[in-house]
Design a binder for this molecule. Sequence first.
Ligand code: HEM
Length: 492
Amino acid sequence: SLRQHVPKGLQRPPGPRGFPILGNVLELRKDPHVVLSRLSRRYGDVMEVKIGTWPVLVLSGLDTIKQALVKQAEDFMGRPDFHSFQYISDGHGIAFSPKSEEMWKARRKLAQNALKTFSITPSPRVSSCCLLEEHISKEAEYLITKFLQVMEEEKSFDPSQYLVVSVANVICAMCFGKRHDHSDQELLNVVNLNNDFGEVASSGYPADFIPLLRYLPSRTMQVFKDINERFTSFVRNIVQEHYTSFDKENIRDITDSLIEHCQEKSVGEDAHIPLFNRKIVGILSDLFGAGFDTVTTALSWSLMYAALYPDIQKRIQEELDQTIGRERRPRLSDRNALPYTEAFILEVFRHSSFMPFTIPHSTTRATVLNGYYIPKDTCVFVNQWQVNHDEKLWKEPSAFNPERFLNAAGTEVNRTESDKVMTFGLGKRRCLGESIGRWEVFLFLAMLLQQLEFSLRPGAEVDITPQYGLTMKYKKCDCFQIKQRFPMKSSP
Ligand code: HEM
């Protein structure tokens, strides 16, 4: 009964007519974030498209999205029960699992607390302000050395394949208490995703809507299943190791703290929600998966924009030189004193909109939005790209211009402007690694740009067209070149 009864006085949302059986799937095949942004101008912020025979609600416009995800948070906080989602994190994670609300809430809170303890809580044990700073500084130093070495050998290179290992090491350190070498094949096997994960996990993957497609042989789907399987067994092995060396007097990392929680599950408020091994693996896979691909993609785009706009890169470096100098490394506590760097990162988030949609949502009950009737269990796409390129919100949205976020004197980030950038979702499902993600992008970038100048090989043709997916990346580009800005000192 797809044509549900619409209460009197209410209407279904408008939208483009589609073909029978296929719906609008053909129109949405390429760059759906752009196509749906264009359609939203005609049909409005609350629009319905059909993928196969499924109605999908598409939300645009910052105010409408806030209304749904924040003011009507309970109504819009679900996840659709997609075929592809069951393979992610063994169907037991936080981000993609359509499991009961109670279960999701308990897991989210657990993950959030553990994450905090092993990242931004001040630590008396370490030389840095907190573990997060310690891990990033260390990884960024390795990365700089690695970049210089590859540059020396190859004369030009692709930074993303090295970035991913460094970023993965930061989340690995917090989750599993260990780091991997840049040549570690076991880690490379799980982090070198290309677009094979993001394509299937993206909003609008046709086989999630058209069951028939699941029965046709699909290389993409097979690769997707393999990736998730590799991922889960990687995490499973680590959890197994932790069980054998577990000591409740010495909680080493997030894995240990989840094991501890399980062993204490007979006490505490969520005692009725059993959290077994499979769930620990699910939570950890989610944190690890969400924690490396997003930050790596953000940094890849940052280096690309820095190389494409040398004047902007120079201004960041001048700010770093003036505020930090060359005698010491940047620290997390420098962030507020570096408004131009912050504005650059915001503009990278906005302009690339590398997460064009949030993870798909679904309605938990029948509801009304902007006067339109939305049945229970409707799949909802939230178009972040549209918000970040909305002409009603931004002057010349297609121009890359960090200064749009600064006050006239250039001394402060304008919070009204920065709050309009949609990158981490909003409301109850908003990214739970947002602060960590922002800190990571900031400190990696500040460390890299303090030491290195990035450029593209003269005459090289660079294609920065984003490839559609859950996270959008540009095609592999091995034309990056670097110059050391000044002789490196050993760590302070
Ligand atoms: C969810 C963006 C970093 C963990 C999300 C969502 C977005 C997002 C758009 C979906 C929100 C929604 O469905 O409405 C980003 C970006 C990052 C980043 C742009 C980096 C620049 C991280 C990090 C972690 C993380 C570092 C973990 C350490 C998660 C989790 C969810 C999530 C667990 C699922 C939340 C839920 O469904 O309740 N993120 N993220 N993310 N993110 Fe992030």
